[in-house]
Design a protein around this ligand. Sequence first.
Ligand SMILES: *[C@@H]1O[C@H](CO)[C@@H](O)[C@H](O)[C@H]1NC(C)=O
Length: 160
Amino acid sequence: MLVLLAGIFVVHIATVIMLFVSTIANVWVVSDTTKASVGLWKNCTVGTCDGALEYAHEDALKAVQAFMILSIIFSVISLVVFVYQLFTMEKGNRFFLSGATMLVCWLCIMVGVSIYTYHYAGGQQTFYYRSHHGYCFILTWICFCFSFIIGILYLVLRKK
Ligand SMILES: *[C@@H]1O[C@H](CO)[C@@H](O)[C@H](O)[C@H]1NC(C)=O
């Protein structure tokens, strides 16, 4: 039981870190031929990462940015609530609040990454001749799976 809680705690921290990295690093779509990449904020096509993104659907990108930031906030809140409940909650109760918050995080990731996948993940949107998904995109989908599993486990587990 304690091992399981410790395991979830570690996976939760890993998820928070991965969400941070994937939101901040501009490596969502990478060119096959050069090291050029684009992310949620910047266009790293010419050497340094300070090019502006020139997308047709600016609003969708803003929504992705917003949902990714929300997902970070909710995952951190969920972690704090979990630690708090670990020390204050009576035995036998479920980690309902941390679970519910983590599922909200999961929803935010789902909406954000779905919009990105729909509008931007395809290579033609980046104007690279040929491209593939960068590690940020993959990390975000991993976080999508992890946050769901963590959320469900929090709801199911009882404090012993
Ligand atoms: C990124 O910058 C390059 C070079 O300036 C440009 O050709 C490309 O269209 C830009 N991509 C996006 C998504 O803004």
